[in-house]
Design a binder for this molecule. Sequence first.
Ligand code: FE2
Length: 612
Amino acid sequence: MKNRLLLLLLLLTGFKPLFGQNNFNIRSGLMPQLAPFYHGVASGDPLSNRVIIWTRITPDSPTQPGELLTLNWRVSTDVAMNNIVATGTTNTSSLRDYTVKVDVTGLNPKTCYFYDFSYGGVNSLIGRMKTAPETAADSVRFAIVSCSDYENGYFNAYASIVERNDVDAVLHLGDYFYEYVASAGVDGRLAEPSNEIISISDYRSRYSHYRLDEDLRNIHQQYAFITVWDDHESANNAWKNGAENHTEGTEGSWTTRKASAKQAYFEWMPIRELNSDTSIYRKISYGNLLNLYMLDTRLEGREVQLAATDQQTNNPDRTMLGIDQYNWLANELGNSTAQWNIIGQQVMMAPLKAFGVVLNTDQWDGYPAERTKLYNHVLDNNIQNLVVLTGDIHTSWANDLPFAGYNSSTGAGSVGVEYVITSVTSSSSPIGFPSSVISAANPHIKWSDLSKKGYLVLDINQQRVQGDYWFCENITTHSTTVSLGNKFYVNSGERFLRNSSTVSSRNHSNCEQAPMIDPTINVSELNNELVWIGAYPNPFEKEITVQYNAATQGKIKVKVISQEGKLLQTIDYLTLEGLNYLKINGENLNSGTYQIQITDSKSNKLMRIVKL
Ligand SMILES: [Fe+2]
């Protein structure tokens, strides 16, 4: 109803607005006390001597494209930031959407660190991170997550991982967000921008929107992330030269869209940017205990998905990884001296058939020749202790990786093991068969759960790797209650899963947590001001989205003012509490610089926009 009223008001003015508004609750809103670091802090890709740290500034008003904003950063061994061990200065600009990324070097292995940023004399939140061990390592614990759709529910899995405070880092296996047009969200959780995201501005805006979720901001603050993208960071069922959810022409070129998706990913995610700024496959070592190989089965080299009956499926040259990535992986595995070789990737590696027919050719089943080549490489070179971690399908599976002569009773003939991790929130893909039927037809699948949401805790020591499946009580209300779904382990020297009778646990306390924002403080208690978040894209060609936060619901005026100070439009606007997104169609404006002014009873904000 409110939106209809607004639309009417704006139409009467002759202006052409398009709306996207959310009545956010406190879990997903903007916290003015974090200014200008509203999106918090993050860290990622921990090595034994270096970790990426990340933040984003939201300046009061957009800057010129080449204008640099200078920040300071520091790293300490104590949460009070007294024992500073590294400091530096860096800068950012609108060219990278005001995101900031520093690869902090010279750190000690297996050590907890705290870090923050400052800009204009204001400090960010303090983040926490832990470096990897250098040589000897008794044990490591990761939380593994994937598929976090903001609209489908609360990020309770993230909140639970923060609360349990017993893992060293978080692995996100992709579908960090979804590219779709906004639709009916749980509890009013609507994606922004409301359109399907296609342009660089769209992708940036959606990262911004997700990162204002309190649970996502908190988990990034407390743990280093090791991430890969899946398809939805670009578009559904993406492959090298296209995607199911991309229409060439009407949605522009895939080349451009893919480049935009990648650029925003590198800007917003705490991932180390390697020699090539377009690839994400990489190795992260945790001493002699494990090598973690993070793969890109989507954009790097994947050939198009085929129907299950297509004879080309079995073409020996068919690839999901691409030649360069496959050769890199094969070489790394062949040279590995680590106790465990752990692959973090997107789509299920174990076969999945019903009545002899492959169920999902988007998975490794659609690329069988390359899977066979990899299995042969592992066995021919006696590569031991292979563990595959998989996301993508929003359900939980515990699999052996069967090869020639596989015996499900003894595990003989298995190449390694696979943990498929359910989604944080994304809805479960319909399989069409109960778990019992799936395991009967696919005896290498030891267990599956086809509905629950949550995460996996992977506990690794020299003797065994154990994966514990933890499930959220629900995702429709905010809750940190979880329950244990199941638990499987693989012994060193074996290649098959065993059901465990006990849950894994950490045998020593974790680092002290970094102090978090008190979520019980209501935004309206802090101030009554409007806060600009941004305007995307700026400069713009046809349409610009103005993003701001209002402490309270109420009437505001939106004015469009020329560079000469001439008032071009005045719009009466009923704004909602929380984040607001005002889309303005500026097709009728001439090229040039304008001011957008918004005014409520307490404050008056100006933002400069540029029409190309
Ligand atoms: Fe997904």
